[in-house]
Ligand binder design. Structure first.
Ligand code: PMP
Length: 335
């Protein structure tokens, strides 16, 4: 018999797939690492498992404990599914830019969800960080993983994502492209790949317009809110090591969303907006590279949580984004 003992054992070992159509005119090989094939449908399952294991070992999480975390959704799903397997309850604080579909996923896993305004500073008592801190102080037995500080995040990617990419490309990978939320993916996987390749692998950060990571420090107007979920911060978290990143590509929300829709229609990959953003950056880099280059883009999550946003024509138009025209094959009287 061949089976996993728990969904926690299904985390990681996600496949690489070559992008075939959006890469037209590009000689280099561009591979997508499909993180939605984790059991909670995102790369965040990896950090949830590593962080909960460590908290149990260190005695910060005890039987009957409660996990409280500010999360844009995916970390919550990862934490919820591992927590429920181990008998912990979960409370998640999410900014209101996160869609209702995504919040419903968290409650479906049995978590409690608290919604807070996205458009306030981190220090504001209403911010999702502040509210999570208050709940952690007030709920007995509460443990806050704090994904923006917890070094289990980069460690999980150093121990799993990086080695998987190295193994599955037989060590031929030349470029890693990833978006940056906590920075765990790019820092952990990037560090592993740089070490394994003795510095040969180039690490490229995909960053939305508005994010602090790729902003000109002398121009505060370059840091502002954006619509791509999971990436684009207005502060530098401790889980990001800027030394690992060799170059940034700044991607406009419109380009990110257009590519996200193309990935579903042309590559059969129903993924989230940060995946579209990462592919835009990967293609920009790949366009300048020779045929021998092997570019790996990490696609962090599934598109199911964005059906009412990126994949909804009305939402796209309301937010000023173009929607591709499609002619119908169905006769008018049937539509
Ligand atoms: N995309 C999505 C949809 C995410 O949820 C996250 C994690 N917040 C990221 C990208 C970025 O990953 P990381 O936190 O490892 O930088």
């Amino acid at each position: 018999m061949h089976y996993a003992d728990s969904v926690a054992d299904l985390v990681g070992s996600t496949p690489l797939v070559r992008l075939r159509r959006v890469t037209e005119g590009i000689d280099a090989t561009v591979l997508a690492k499909v993180e939605y094939l984790n059991p909670g449908a995102s790369s965040k399952d990896r950090i949830a498992r590593t962080i909960i294991d460590a908290a149990e070992r260190e005695g910060r999480l005890r039987p009957g404990g409660v996990i409280v975390e500010p999360t844009s959704g995916n970390t919550g799903v990862g934490l919820a599914l591992i927590a429920q397997q181990r008998g912990y309850r979960t409370v998640f604080v999410v900014p209101d830019k996160v869609g209702a579909d995504r919040r419903a996923i968290l409650t479906a896993y049995g978590a409690e969800v608290v919604v807070t305004p996205a458009a306030v500073a981190k220090e504001d008592p209403r911010s999702y960080y502040s509210v999570a801190d208050r709940l952690t102080r007030e709920i007995p037995g509460a443990f806050q993983p704090n994904q923006f500080v917890n070094q289990g995040g980069p460690l999980a990617h150093f121990q799993t994502t990086g080695p998987e990419i190295w193994r599955d490309t037989d060590g031929t990978v030349t470029h890693l492209v990833a978006g940056i939320g906590t920075g765990g993916t790019i820092t952990g996987a990037g560090r592993f790949l740089k070490e394994a390749s003795e510095g040969r692998v180039q690490v490229i950060g995909a960053d939305p317009e508005g994010s602090v990571y790729s902003a000109d420090p002398s121009d505060p107007d370059q840091v502002h809110a954006n619509l791509v979920e999971g990436v684009g911060l207005t502060f530098f978290p401790e889980t990001f090591d800027p030394v690992i990143v060799d170059a940034f590509h700044r991607v406009h929300d419109a380009e990110s969303f257009a590519m996200t829709r193309r990935l579903a229609r042309e590559e059969g990959l129903l993924v989230g907006g940060s995946s579209g953003m990462t592919v835009v950056a990967a293609l920009r880099a790949a366009r300048e590279l020779p045929a021998e280059a092997v570019v790996v883009a990490v696609l962090p999550d599934h598109g199911r949580g964005y059906l009412g946003k990126i994949f909804a024509d009305d939402w796209m138009r309301e937010h000023g984004f173009d929607v591709e025209e499609q002619t119908s094959l169905v006769p008018e009287e049937v539509r």
